[in-house]
Design a protein around this ligand. Sequence first.
Ligand SMILES: Cc1cc2nc3c(=O)[nH]c(=O)nc-3n(C[C@H](O)[C@H](O)[C@H](O)COP(=O)(O)OP(=O)(O)OC[C@H]3O[C@@H](n4cnc5c(N)ncnc54)[C@H](O)[C@@H]3O)c2cc1C
Length: 298
Amino acid sequence: MYPPPFRYHRAGSLKEAVALLAELGEEAKVLAGGQSLIPLMKLRLASPAHLVDLNFAPGLSYIRPENGEIRFGAMTRHAEIEYSEVVARIPILHDCASGIADVQVRSRGTLGGSLAEADPSGDWTPVLLTLETEVICVGPQGERSVPLAEFVTDAFTTVLAPTELVREVKVKLPPAKSGGAYVAFKRSAPVYATASAAVQLTLVDGDVCAQAAIALGGVGLTAIKAAEAEAALRGQRISAKTVEAAAEAAMRAADPQPDMRGSVAYKRVLIGALVRRAIDAAARRCRREQVEVSHQYA
Ligand SMILES: Cc1cc2nc3c(=O)[nH]c(=O)nc-3n(C[C@H](O)[C@H](O)[C@H](O)COP(=O)(O)OP(=O)(O)OC[C@H]3O[C@@H](n4cnc5c(N)ncnc54)[C@H](O)[C@@H]3O)c2cc1C
């Protein structure tokens, strides 16, 4: 199906994009990779009167290590993250980028677009919630830095004003002896996950967990930070018993909706299994074992 008519504006710079959004107001939408927006327009679930294309604005696509952080330009594609040697320092980011849909979607879709879309089943938000992540937003009033935990406020909703856009995403490098893993369960490659688990750990003194961050995807209106599951690991030795306690706490934290992907009970059991697998892979990565993590398929 064709989308309703709209006017196309090619921004030649970030400054021009901000000026266009200020001029066009709520009738305008930013076009990044178009992998969510264009299908929604074709289905007539979105009908912006104006599209402001960021694809020709220079300086918005980069992966830069700087001052203990990795900085990502908003227009950085999933595929660029997948193949980045800089990103290899945070393996959970590679797990995420390499598992998103298929090559076509990964080659066009962007990190900034994914966060701005705030799809409850999106992969980036749970993963980045397990790291210290800041979203740099820019609008007519200038820039502001928003912690990711405050950026997404509801399903498909963020703190962005209609005149603001995401310019950069900053991720702090985890401390030494850290490891993370992201495992999603999918019915097939080019669909969103039924559920997913992101786990980032720091282990000291022979497997004692100094820090734990656990986030769940696809089982709530937004990604869920599973605080009780994190507490079940923190200060404890990683063992079958502590892993089980964390998995059970994650199942309690999940708030899934029944849909074509499965019932509430099914998704709860699934999230427990994904958390167990992600903890195992994260702990092994803390011990510097080479662990390949890939999504689980039905
Ligand atoms: C078949 C298919 C399968 C997919 N599977 C998955 C999956 O498994 N996991 C997953 O995470 N994603 C999946 N996606 C979505 C994909 O990751 C998209 O890339 C992503 O959701 C949106 O990024 P985009 O760059 O394409 O944004 P667009 O579609 O261009 O924009 C999405 C929204 O964000 C806004 N926006 C974009 N960039 C900015 C910005 N810099 N600042 C402010 N607002 C902005 C737009 O105005 C729009 O509202 C899939 C998409 C398709 C088509």
